[in-house]
Design a protein around this ligand. Structure first.
Ligand SMILES: [Fe+2]
Length: 300
């Protein structure tokens, strides 16, 4: 009998909260080969190079909306209220643009966002890099839903990190987190290279099924010095460590009921994220999973 975690073949998504979003589905550089077909919310979408013009995206012979942002093709299966989220740092000409490659994760996209927001795991999952076992405390920080922009933010976050970035020594990292859409998250980090500016590290998540997604970190860095390969290795090391952790969390679906998991002070951003999703009425990839009667359409 299937368990609550067996949603790898759960068919098309029928949740408008998730459908009415923009998703990065392929890097423009991937279209050098002509076309890419990739699963999005239970649907195969195909991106096709279109000469000098904007690539075309279709699913089941239906043409889908297309946007080009941040070096990626974005599309949607629904009707988003707005455009692809703004990342003003991407327009600053002196920043280094570093897309880090897709990482597939066998868990719900919400769990991936939540892990990205979580500082408490740094010493245990990224020892010697983003945390050390002698500095495990998460200092008080603020988290809020910004209703004017409909985003979740966590600010005034600090954490001692033995190796803040690919090129730096140990220091207290000063961080802010931003969730501009249910499956998009951005980390702002006061730059080790220039403390007057912040690096922006976005995570674009492509939901495939309720318990399978892939994610791509895309960095806009102030740092001009660090070798490109070192930057990639640094990020890939971090995300491969994270993958082991998030894939082993249970349930795979993100619990939205406040009683389902016991929060601690360090979980403030996670609690705020879950509250935001619940207020939106998000069902996809989340618990409590709707009863079988209302799931029938999604499983067809
Ligand atoms: Fe991590």
């Amino acid at each position: 009998m299937p368990t609550i975690d067996d949603h790898s073949d759960d068919g098309r998504c029928d949740d408008p909260v998730v459908l009415d979003q923009w998703y990065a589905v392929c890097a423009l550089t991937e279209l050098d080969h002509g076309a890419i077909t990739t699963p999005l919310l239970g649907v195969e979408v195909t991106c096709v190079a279109n000469g000098p013009d904007v690539p075309l995206v279709h699913a089941d012979d239906v043409e889908l909306p297309v946007r080009l942002r941040y070096g990626f093709v974005w599309t949607t299966l629904g009707t988003p209220a707005g455009d692809v989220f703004d990342l003003p740092e991407s327009l600053e000409p002196d920043r280094r643009y570093v897309p880090c490659g897709w990482i597939t994760m066998r868990t719900s996209p919400g769990r991936v966002v939540e892990n990205f927001l979580d500082m408490a795991h740094f010493p245990f999952v990224h020892p010697g890099i983003l945390g050390g076992e002698s500095n495990t405390e998460v200092a008080k920080y603020e988290s809020e839903i910004r209703r004017d922009v409909d985003e979740v933010w966590a600010t005034n976050c600090t954490f001692f990190q033995p190796q803040v970035s690919a090129s730096s020594e140990g220091a207290y990292a000063r961080l802010s987190y931003r969730v501009p859409a249910p499956y998009l998250v951005v980390l702002y980090r006061v730059s080790p290279a220039d403390p007057t500016r912040q690096d922006a590290i976005a995570l674009f998540i492509q939901p495939i099924t309720q318990t399978l997604c892939r994610a791509q970190p895309v960095m806009y860095l102030v740092d001009q010095e660090t070798d490109h390969t070192d930057l990639l290795h640094f990020e890939q090391t971090i995300f491969l460590q994270d993958r082991i952790i998030v894939e082993n969390q249970r349930p795979l679906l993100l619990p939205l009921n406040p009683r389902d998991e016991i929060p601690t002070r360090a979980d403030g951003s996670s609690i705020t994220y879950r509250r935001w999703l619940k207020a939106k009425g998000l069902r996809y990839g989340a618990l409590p999973f709707p009863p079988a009667r209302s799931r029938r359409g999604a499983d067809a």
